[in-house]
Design a protein around this ligand. Structure first.
Ligand SMILES: *[C@@H]1O[C@H](CO)[C@@H](O)[C@H](O)[C@H]1NC(C)=O
Ligand SMILES: *[C@@H]1O[C@H](CO)[C@@H](O)[C@H](O)[C@H]1NC(C)=O
Length: 299
């Protein structure tokens, strides 16, 4: 009799342990209220409550407050964009911490890549830091993150040609250098980080220099602004250097003593960071970077 009682007790405890709340309940319990309300607005609540399993990279409320109010409102009023954003934060299946291999990618429900990066015991998904890992739910796993992920806006080359970013002069330089095909490729697993100077940055150069940069020296300039691999702005927090496709030529990273913002070659700052691409990431920068060995030749 006693044995049976003990068995029943054991079964009860196990059953309770296994009965995790569902993903939506866990998001709510962990304070991701903005995300839960956006999921609801997008009509995705039932899916995330009763199907799965899924892994959710869940921006906390503070992550949404980093987005300018106007942008957040625009997102709320565009159902397709909202769904795209939300689905980019969800992956099929359960990813536990031991599944997360640094520098690998996982595919979101809308079939874009999310990069995993591990450094000093911290895990990043794209540019976002995981602030709480592996919250288990009955139908999946949640990682809380400190920033909203930017949905990829096409290839690096397509971003350079998006008129909204004012990068056409750099795009022309890349085209002249015949690097456009490389920066438009999604077939290889190679990724690129491009530091793309604005048109204004090009127009601030003396005309002779501008002309040379866009013609005979286009290849060096295009390659010098391109790093092979993914570097999000969150990885530029320390002084150091970035290798470029112009072999042997580095971009030096220091920090503005007042703002702590990264400075490239002591003068260029990042105007728009972390524009996500399907084959890398683009940062819009304020200055054209001239490799030191060319300064005398083309200056
Ligand atoms: C692009 O240039 C226009 C006109 O100079 C400016 O109003 C706009 O803010 C710029 N866009 C970006 C993303 O810098
Ligand atoms: C860039 O790649 C996309 C597909 O990833 C393709 O649709 C587009 O035509 C390509 N553009 C150029 C200029 O090659």
């Amino acid at each position: 009799m006693l044995a049976i009682k003990l068995t029943l007790l054991w079964v009860t405890i196990v059953a309770q342990t296994l009965a995790f709340p569902d993903l939506i309940e866990q998001l709510t319990a962990n304070g991701a209220t903005q995300l839960v309300s956006l999921i609801d607005a997008a009509g995705l609540t039932d899916t995330l409550k009763s199907t799965g399993p899924y892994t959710i990279f869940a921006p906390v409320d503070a992550a949404f407050s980093k987005i300018p109010a106007a942008d957040l409102n625009a997102l709320k009023n565009d159902l397709q964009a909202l769904k795209d954003t939300l689905l980019y934060h969800v992956v099929n299946g359960e990813l536990f911490t031991f599944d997360l291999r640094s520098r690998e990618h996982v595919a979101s429900l809308n079939n874009h890549q999310i990069r995993i990066y591990n450094t000093n015991g911290h895990t990043y998904f794209n540019q976002a830091l995981a602030t709480k890992e592996e919250i288990q739910a009955s139908n999946g796993v949640i990682y809380l993150i400190d920033e909203v992920l930017n949905t990829p806006e096409g290839t690096v080359w397509q971003i350079l040609n998006n008129p909204d970013y004012n990068l056409t002069m750099f795009a022309n330089t890349v085209k002249h250098a015949r690097e456009d095909t490389r920066l438009n490729s999604t077939t290889s697993t190679i990724r690129y980080t491009v530091f793309a100077p604005t048109n204004e940055a090009f127009n601030n150069l003396p005309s002779t220099l501008l002309n040379r940069i866009q013609t005979s020296y286009a290849r060096y300039i295009a390659d010098y602004h391109t790093h092979r691999g993914t570097i999000h702005a969150s990885s530029l927090g320390k002084d150091g250097s970035v290798t470029t496709m112009f072999t042997g030529h580095l971009i030096h990273v220091t920090h503005d003593p007042d703002t702590q913002e990264p400075l490239l070659n002591k003068l260029g700052h990042i105007v728009i960071q972390d524009i996500e691409a399907d084959n890398g990431v683009v940062h819009v920068i304020s200055h054209v970077l001239i490799p030191s060995t060319l300064a005398g030749i083309i200056g």
